[in-house]
Design a binder for this molecule. Structure first.
Ligand SMILES: [Zn+2]
Length: 289
């Protein structure tokens, strides 16, 4: 996406992978072919690849530069994690994007994770001398406390496929003393706050960015595709609580529809940033170009 300015804050993105990815029928249990076809006909072309029948899905990190801090929101899948295909993304695009953004590991002040899934906390850590250590030595990492607790318990039960996400990406941050385990109402300052949107994961949160009367929101995985604006009840196979995810989605979309709030969903392809329009009891996604 192009670099975005709201007030005193600059936002850009680092892309790990993009392009056609999943078919909607394999992503949404409530999928209806006729309904989807009707919606896709009037949606912007970036979001769907008609040739392959696949949704275009990007994996990215947002870089937020405030007057006081350099912040990363969500950290993709990372390097050396040993994940099986298709989650074994090449690390070079992300590292190139990080460098192109003029960043260095030691200059990151905060890392926010909207939730602790495999593709949102990967660059939290890197492998050094056989140990997972924080990638950003001077950063505080903000995790929702109950999200962290949930994945700790799941990992200890052995049901956190594909295996070691929490062990590799989260525990080493706490052990290094760099984690801030927070609650729903956490605010870093007047500029950065959280909005709880549970359902995709137990304590999924959106990250608000406020400056000079403007607002942008990194919405994490509250939605994966623009089809979910038209059909907010279409939760994905990855949502841990489909009903709660749908309620969070509808509630959030209602709260920002017809406002100037800029929406930054992690998995929406370039140009990535958009606004929400109201459309009866549905919503419509429109890119800001
Ligand atoms: Zn995701």
């Amino acid at each position: 996406m192009r670099t975005l300015r709201i007030g005193d804050v600059e936002i850009t993105s680092i892309i790990e992978r993009d392009g056609p990815w999943r078919k909607p029928e394999s992503m949404f249990p409530a999928y209806d072919a006729a309904v989807a076809a009707e919606h896709l006909r009037t949606m912007e072309p970036e979001v769907f690849d008609p040739e392959s029948g696949r949704m275009v899905i990007t994996y990215q990190t947002f870089v937020v530069r405030t007057p006081k801090h350099t912040i990363l929101v969500d950290t993709c899948t990372g390097e050396d994690k040993g994940y099986p295909a298709p989650m074994d993304f090449d690390k070079t695009p992300w590292l190139a994007g990080f460098k192109a953004a003029g960043l260095s590991f030691d200059k990151i002040d905060y890392v926010f994770c909207t939730h602790l899934h495999i593709d949102h906390c990967g660059w939290n850590t890197v492998l050094r001398d056989g140990r997972w250590v924080p990638t950003f030595p001077n950063a505080k990492y903000v995790f929702h406390k109950r999200e962290y607790d949930y994945w700790e318990a799941a990992t200890k039960r052995g049901d956190n496929p594909p295996g070691q996400v929490w062990n590799m990406n989260c525990l080493p941050i706490v052990e290094a003393g760099q984690a801030l385990l927070v609650d729903d109402d956490y605010a870093l300052d007047d500029t950065i706050t959280l909005t709880p949107t549970p359902g995709h994961s137990p304590c999924h949160c959106c990250v608000n960015i406020f400056s000079k009367g403007q607002r942008a929101v990194v919405t994490g995985d509250m939605m994966h595709h623009a089809l979910q604006c038209r059909e907010p009840e279409w939760s994905t196979i990855f949502d841990i609580d489909a009903k709660q995810a749908a309620a969070s989605r509808r509630g959030f979309l209602s709260s920002v529809a017809e406002t100037d709030t800029l929406i930054l969903p992690i998995h929406f392809p370039t140009p990535t940033v958009g606004r929400i329009k109201a459309d009866g009891d549905r919503f419509d996604w429109r890119y800001v170009r």
